[in-house]
Design a protein around this ligand. Structure first.
Ligand code: GUN
Ligand code: ZN
Length: 433
């Protein structure tokens, strides 16, 4: 495979951090990117780049839309198999579907097979980076990092830690959680394109001793990510109150153990008090909005206007397998509908920003991913917005970026993904029918 290529198509991206989603969108209708050694080396109009690099091979995606690889900031790889399991809210769904499914990941061969299936599904849907929960098992976390490394995908992941209120056969201990997490940090964090996330499942399944052990690691390793769940479901919140009576609210549990800070990603954040929103904002932590999961598990309607009022960065996430789709554009469509019910206008451009540059920027990764800037890694998705008879009626060559993306959030799925590139390599290519 050539290491230098010109990729031609209609390019859309946000080159820098912004809240001006209309004016700061950079687009090239007939554009091109020079890809060299896995990175984007140049970007602009095709005619100009072709004149400059006239001997470079052209990969022609004319009529297709090229965007940065999408970033899914909260999903569970061991839940791939139980996606769309009927009928429960959070706590009984965990007992009846999630914990039995996660048990299988104690087996390394099984975990390897599922890591492959999981990453294949991500790539088919245009997701090039995930913040991924593994199971409680170290082998499963190793399987995921190894599978991501083989594909050279920028991946943030962590071993779930839980030492109570889940089946015995799925529990670690404060000591093993600390030891195994530290070992995984040493072996994977910052190695290749891997990053580690300390991953207490959520406050109910970690004892104070375990939270303290992980809090020590959080202090010791200031640049690792942290991921957990916060304020998703009313029964969960009431339970946390009884388990941590000394804490004034749910967020205070994580604060007590040094986990509320930049690069800490809190899944859900549906029922936060104003004080919690304010403290999230002050800390630099991030809220991951998981719309399909929140609807599927009946958890509630995320309040974008609160996040905006208090200045908390919000990213989007599928939360597979509580979430019902691997497709982040479709997930954005569901976010739009939740925002409609909350009287917040979530534009397609704001959503596109949240899935790309916005997420990368809040995670401190925008020098590598989330945009098509020269110098960034060549992670990008080629979309066919007119992938079926209906979208051919709805979208035409003159449709704006905003309208095209909006229609895709409502009508699209993996049929719109023509190809997904990771570090310059086409890891997914749709088969011609
Ligand atoms: N809270 C604790 N664990 C989970 C999980 O696996 N999924 C969701 N949606 N919420 C959780
Ligand atoms: Zn989750």
């Amino acid at each position: 495979m050539a290491t230098t290529q010109l990729i031609r198509g209609t390019l859309y991206h946000y080159p820098h951090s912004t809240s001006q989603y209309q004016s700061d969108l950079q687009s090239f209708k007939d554009g091109a990117m020079l890809i060299k050694d896995g990175k984007i080396a140049d970007l602009g109009d095709f005619s100009a780049l072709k004149a400059t690099y006239d001997d470079v091979e052209v990969v022609d995606y004319s009529g297709r839309v090229i965007i940065p690889g999408l970033i899914d900031t909260h999903l569970h790889f061991p839940q791939t198999e139980i996606i769309a399991s009927y009928g429960e809210q959070l706590l009984t769904w965990l007992d009846n579907f999630t914990f039995p499914a996660e048990r299988q990941f104690e087996d390394a061969d099984f975990a390897n097979t599922m890591a492959d299936a999981f990453l294949t599904e991500c790539l088919k849907n245009g997701t090039t980076t995930g913040l991924v929960y593994s199971s409680v098992h170290k082998v499963a976390t190793e399987a995921l990092f190894e599978a991501a490394s083989q594909r050279n995908m920028l991946t943030v992941a962590g071993k779930v830690c839980m030492d109570r209120h889940c089946p015995d056969w799925l529990q670690d201990t404060p000591e093993s959680a600390q030891h195994d997490s530290a070992d995984l940090i040493d072996r994977y964090h910052g190695k290749g394109r891997n990053y580690y996330a300390l991953t207490p499942r959520f406050a109910p399944t970690s004892s104070s001793a375990q939270m303290a052990a992980l809090g020590e690691l959080a202090q010791q390793y200031q640049d690792v990510f942290i991921q957990t769940h916060l304020s998703e479901n009313h029964d969960e919140i009431a339970w946390v109150k009884t388990l941590y009576p000394e804490c004034e609210d749910y967020l205070a549990v994580y604060e007590k153990y040094h986990m509320v800070r930049p690069r800490a990603v809190y899944g859900h954040c549906i029922h936060l008090s104003d004080s919690e929103w304010q403290r999230m904002a002050d800390s630099g932590a991030i809220a991951a909005f998981c719309p399909t999961s929140n609807l599927f598990l009946g958890s509630g309607l995320f309040e974008m206007s609160k996040a905006e009022k208090f200045g908390v960065p919000v990213t989007l996430a599928t939360d597979v397998g509580g979430g019902t789709s691997f497709n982040l554009l479709r997930t954005l469509g569901e976010a739009y509908k939740i925002c409609q019910l909350r009287n917040y206008s979530l534009s397609a451009l704001q959503g596109f920003y949240m899935l790309t540059q916005g997420a990368a920027d809040s995670l401190g990764l925008s020098d590598q991913i989330g945009n098509l800037n020269p110098g960034s890694d060549a992670d990008f998705v080629v979309l066919n917005p007119r992938f079926d008879a209906l979208t051919q009626l709805r979208i035409d060559a003159d449709s704006t970026c905003e309208d095209t993306l909006f229609a895709l959030t409502m009508l699209g799925d993996d049929r719109a993904t023509v190809a997904t590139y990771v570090a310059g390599q086409p890891l997914y290519q749709q088969q011609e029918l």
